[in-house]
Design a protein around this ligand. Sequence first.
Ligand SMILES: Nc1ncnc2c1ncn2[C@@H]1O[C@H](COP(=O)(O)OP(=O)(O)OP(=O)(O)O)[C@@H](O)[C@H]1O
Length: 391
Amino acid sequence: MDDNPAVAQAMGIAFRLAGHGLDTAGGAEEAYSCLAARRYDAILLDMNFTAGRADGEEGLACLARIVADDPGACVVVITAHSGIRIAVAAMQAGARDFLMKPWRNAELIAKVEAAMARGGAAPAGDASEEPARLLGESAAMQRLRDLVRRVGPTPAGVTVTGPPGSGRGLTASAIHAASQGAGEPPLRVDLRDDAAWAPLAGARGTAILRHPDRLDAVAQARLLDRLPAALRCIAIADDCAPLSPALRRRLATVEVAVPPLAARDDDAVLLARHFARTAAARFGRAAVRLTPAAEAAVRATRWADEVRGLALAIERAVLLADQAVIDAAALALPVAAPLPVAAEIDFDLTGAERTMIEAALREHRHNVTHAAAALGLSRGALYRRMARYEL
Ligand SMILES: Nc1ncnc2c1ncn2[C@@H]1O[C@H](COP(=O)(O)OP(=O)(O)OP(=O)(O)O)[C@@H](O)[C@H]1O
């Protein structure tokens, strides 16, 4: 991760010549997106990525987040020649090694290979699963990540609640990845399916149990009987209320509530960019960018099926895009809401425009210059529309 494309390009060549692949990210958001999409053997992290900064604080914050999400991550930090103090702080914070700029390619490759070899153990979690990294910079998501880190290492029964599609499964996986048993894949059981209960007999390690709240009282009592004492349980439910007190004690010592997208500030846009990036890579497309109007639409939409609904809309738009951009029209909103019958269809473009402008103004704290840029309008054009809609 380096904000200087020339550095990233030079390192890319050096690594390819040494027989390794290298993905590059120009900033923290892109780096987290890459790390959420696949597992990496090593991460090279520049310690300053805003022009003019040299205190290493950005890099240290990024390192703390990477290591907190995956304590086994192999991070090698890159500092300027004068940055020995920053390098020491990074080593104390969990980096495996550091490299000074300017670097020699042979030293760069040797350090990264040695750091990987020192790690020894396989990455946390099951390598066949997607990494359990919860993206989002909102206060609500930071609280969720904190809670995951606190309850993950304990043996407590945890129930993850929230709206379907909001990331409950990913959160359950993140709790497992933060636990002592992270090296072993969890047993996954959809409790609605009687036939899927069999592996619970004598099971050890961790089980991720879906939908205990959909069981009736008799089935809940049967489940309680079947759960071996040594099994750590992470449940996923719409709500804890339907659980009997006894089952609640076993499965929901702690409830971890995943917030709906609507409570996550600007995270929908960040996730949309992430899904555009991963979908483009998956479908073999060149990088696809969302226009400011598309981002405003993402922000203003109440996504049916939450994050999953948003991901679906972005993936479809990437597939259908004939250029390297996704505009608001390509999102085909509203996404997963049932289509209204003909008499109810509201072709109110004016209302949609007003909503988007309101969202952009809110987002940019009524800074007209920034809101206009986000909407792809000139300041004058935005002022005219604000006057028209009496905003
Ligand atoms: N914060 C997040 N960061 C990155 N990806 C996310 C995030 N939240 C959800 N996703 C992705 O969105 C999709 C839906 O999430 P997930 O399957 O965890 O939802 P869920 O709440 O378990 O849904 P359901 O219970 O209906 O199956 C997944 O592909 C998941 O990786």
